[in-house]
Design a protein around this ligand. Sequence first.
Ligand SMILES: C[S@@+](CC[C@H](N)C(=O)[O-])C[C@H]1O[C@@H](n2cnc3c(N)ncnc32)[C@H](O)[C@@H]1O
Length: 229
Amino acid sequence: MRVVASSRDEPRLRAVAEMVAPGSTVADVGSGDGRLARMLASRGCTVIATEKTRGQTRRLTTAISGTTVRVVEGFGLRPLRDLCLDVVVISGLGSRSIARILEDAPAALPWSLLLQPMQDPEALAHALRRLNRGVGRARLVRSRSRIYPVLEVPLGLGWNGGPVGRREDLLPWFSDDPLWDAWRDEVLQRGQRAGARASDPGGRWRLHGEDCGPRRDVGHASTSLASKI
Ligand SMILES: C[S@@+](CC[C@H](N)C(=O)[O-])C[C@H]1O[C@@H](n2cnc3c(N)ncnc32)[C@H](O)[C@@H]1O
């Protein structure tokens, strides 16, 4: 697969890069075309960029040639086992892929993490809860006409979300974000497009305890609004 991040991806990638302290030693797992790795290197970071297959690693090596970024091949966190890193970034993958990568890791994950899931944060909430890792800073970013979450998972912070590890458990970290309302609307629209049925017995959409109106306002959706996020 050839991965090309268009310039429309830049706000998303920049938002991730900005949450890494300049000068950090950082691994960019699933680096794709290496655009984020380049941004991190230009912030004075020492960067290890990974890809999972031989072909993708070769393409990445070509893409970041002329930079200080070091490329390694391997699945998820496996190639990082013995490395001393300030932060591991996993960006632009689905939540389930990120969860698989985290759960495949060596017994303890000895690094801070910066996670930018593309969709379905429920799987991520589950994984973080199982791994007893909590969320520190979090932000939303608009990019390519969508809004994406970015979550910092600092080393030493235990799970600080709700008791079940549902999608809703990730929401408190974003409710003060200026993009919160827009994100909620975007999620509503996605629910409408999905065209599935609502299962909220009260016939109303709820988002993190907030009543968002009668179900008919948003068409037919498969689950509660919160579970669409
Ligand atoms: C959509 S690209 C994202 C690229 C970049 N990180 C970004 O944020 O735009 C996902 C990349 O992750 C790689 N990838 C997926 N699963 C992986 C895994 N388990 N280990 C390493 N790389 C993986 C894919 O090969 C692909 O290049």
